[in-house]
Design a binder for this molecule. Structure first.
Ligand SMILES: [Zn+2]
Length: 662
């Protein structure tokens, strides 16, 4: 009987099949014809069945399915190490997004993808699930690198580097799917970023698109406790039921993270056939928590393992990720039998394939599946000796000891990607050189920004740079008797509006007293009895240390370079801007708007609470835009001072921030 012709026969070592029975074959063999596995079994048997164009001896080594990285953002290799050890909002809004807005373009994405592919191939990964911008370029680069990818075009409500609006994002995604559907290596997918960045209409449209083309839908779910808290507050329910209501679970879902979901939500995901991508390193590094993987497995959800983007990990090493997944499951349940090595390895291979909805073609070494596998050398010193009493000890070797540098060969879709640790489709030196050039540009951008508070604030986006000029005077008074009486005289002043609030000012200083300071001001409005109301206002102002101009009687012209309504917390700005000095002032303010001789002014009467001061402070000010107008208003302010009976020795020139340190 003649033997069937095949391209390759890998023969002689241990075959780790990762089928449902977790079969192990000592002195085993795998036969590859074109892009498929055609035989898996004992070496002697396969040698008699197949005539191979090339026989590869892997004695002393393990042949296993390639790792499948279930969640990542591959172009972010170019951003790894850029900003670490920061809180999620500062990291994301302060660094990642501004740099992405500036630098992410098709070329950046292609280079970042190739770097990621080189790293992943060398570490034994043959397939990954991605979500980013310009996914078409990612698909091109992935296919050129010979890797398999489930690639999702990101969609969100904010403008992104590749879509000015979500409608554009959705249209891009449709085109992307049409272009790649049916490709031997690429599975296109829809990527609504997260429930908190995609309103219901976007989520529904994404689900419809994924169902129309029968492609996966990749989304971040319940990554942080805050996300769940906000979902409960805004939607009255946790994240999984909320996305279910937006039809998301009608699609083939890949849910990244799921750190904060309960058992009911796990059941919902299981019923929907959704997959979960567990990203232990990223969840630890960003302090998001630890996903309850043993419970997920008990419930029967398909769980895979991912690295998340290299800016939050910072590598794409699936050996490390698998080991960490096993250790965390034990540490957090207090049960060393939780997630044994064998099952941890299953999560990173067939588990990921199921979570990505591609287990019919990859994830295990079974006849008819694509030839996606790796050969791991078990002979380096750190992996010796090897015991034969329990054949399953090989799983311990692979999970607890083996390192990405032990990967000797990588085959994907029947093609060699790595042979004897040499990359065959990518030029590492060239990629490293190009990465260095990009890093230099990003460094220059950030260095220029770091030295300039205005630029740093504007880099966040959403703030408008708006200048304002005010003519103003300040006075310090022991009592208000005369001022109050005069203000009531309606023949002199016409009060148009009075408001009363408690004002919290935080001043950030960045250098010496002569440079500008940033003031973050929160006003809590008070009712007639002086009790706080729900009404408040938050403002951010960059103020110059010196006045622009001085007029008689200590009246000055002040300039603010930037005023805006900030959209982040005080803590965010503190951690992002890193001021050298910070000072907080609390005062009770009564603000009267009034008109004097037909010109509008405001008078603020302040009582300083923190730091407490016995005197009252008074400010008279008016906005101005021209030099002549400023002069005229300065003259009127001098008249008002006379009317109020304020003498020169009661006038002060410093701002409040300086005043309270006297
Ligand atoms: Zn992610």
């Amino acid at each position: 009987m003649s033997r069937e012709k095949v391209n390759y026969l890998f023969s002689g070592g241990t075959v780790v099949v990762m089928d449902d029975s977790r079969r192990l074959i000592e002195n085993g063999a795998v036969a590859v014809k074109d892009d498929k596995i055609v035989g898996v079994g004992p070496a002697a048997e396969l040698q008699s069945r197949y005539e191979a164009a090339e026989v590869i001896d892997f004695t002393g080594k393990a042949l296993m399915p390639g790792f499948i990285n279930a969640h990542t953002h591959v172009p972010m290799t170019l951003l790894r190490g850029l900003a670490d050890d920061l809180r999620l909002d500062v990291w994301l809004m302060g660094y990642m997004m501004p740099v992405e807005r500036e630098f992410v373009n098709p070329e950046f994405v292609r280079l970042g993808t190739k770097i990621a592919c080189a790293e992943m191939i060398k570490g034994g990964t043959t397939c990954f699930a991605d979500m980013y911008y310009f996914e078409n370029e990612i698909a091109q680069a992935t296919a050129e690198a010979g890797m398999r990818g489930v690639l999702a075009q990101s969609i969100m409500k904010f403008p992104t580097p590749d879509a000015a609006s979500y409608e554009d994002g959705l249209a891009n995604c449709r085109e992307f799917i049409q272009r790649w559907k049916g490709h031997p290596l690429i599975v296109p997918a829809v990527g609504p970023h997260a429930p908190y960045t995609c309103p219901p209409e976007i989520l529904k449209a994404c689900s419809a698109l994924a169902q129309e083309f029968d492609v996966p839908l990749h989304i971040h779910i319940a990554e942080t406790a805050l996300e769940v808290e906000n979902s409960r507050k805004e939607n009255g329910m946790p994240v999984v039921p909320w996305v279910k209501r937006q039809n998301i679970l009608d699609a083939k879902v890949i849910a990244a993270h799921c750190v904060h979901i309960d058992e009911g939500e796990m059941r919902t995901l299981q019923h929907a056939g959704a997959g979960i991508a567990h990203n232990p390193t990223s969840n630890l590094k960003l302090a998001s928590g630890v996903a309850p993987v043993p419970l997920m497995l008990q419930v029967g959800v398909n769980v895979g393992i991912g690295t998340d983007g290299p800016a939050s990990n910072n590598d794409l090493d699936m050996f490390e990720e698998t080991r960490l997944a096993a250790l965390l499951a034990k540490g957090f349940t207090g049960d060393p039998t939780a997630l044994p090595a064998r099952e941890a390895l299953a999560l990173a291979t067939i588990g990921s394939a199921r979570a990505l909805h591609i287990s019919d073609i990859t994830g295990s070494l079974e006849e008819g599946k694509r030839a996606d596998f790796i050969v791991v050398d078990l002979q380096p010193m750190h992996n010796t000796p090897r015991f034969s009493r329990d054949p399953e000890a090989i799983y311990s070797q692979l999970v607890y000891v083996a390192k990405s540098t032990d990967v000797q060969h990588v085959i994907c879709n029947g093609e060699w990607l790595l042979r004897d640790r040499q990359l065959l489709k990518l030029d590492e030196q060239d990629l490293a050189r190009q990465a260095t050039e990009v890093a230099e540009k990003i460094d220059r951008f950030l260095v220029a920004r770091e030295g300039n508070v205005v630029r740093k604030l504007l880099a966040l986006g959403g703030l408008n740079q708006e200048e304002s000029f005010e003519v103003q005077v300040k006075a310090q008074l022991e009592d208000l008797g005369r001022v109050e009486a005069v203000l009531k005289d309606s023949s002199l002043f016409k009060i148009t509006k009075t408001s009363h609030y408690r004002q919290y000012d935080t001043y950030f200083a960045f250098g010496d007293q002569h440079v500008e300071q940033l003031r973050l001001r929160e006003d809590i409005y008070l009712d007639e009895e002086g009790r706080p109301t729900p009404r408040s206002r938050f403002r951010l102002t960059l103020i110059g240390a010196a006045s622009e101009r001085e007029f008689p009687r200590s009246v000055i012209l002040n300039r603010s370079r930037l005023t805006a309504t900030p959209d982040q917390s005080l803590r965010f700005y503190r951690e992002y801007l890193n001021p050298l000095e910070e000072r907080e002032l609390v005062k009770l303010r009564r603000r009267n708007r009034f008109s004097y001789k037909g010109t509008d002014f405001a008078i603020n009467i302040d009582q300083m609470l923190t730091p407490a001061q016995p005197d009252y402070f008074l400010e008279i000010k008016s906005r101005t835009w021209s030099k002549r107008d400023a002069e005229k208003k300065a003259g009127l302010i001098a008249e008002i001072l006379d009317l109020l009976g304020i003498s020169d020795d009661q006038l002060i020139q410093e701002g409040y921030n300086v005043l309270v340190t006297r």
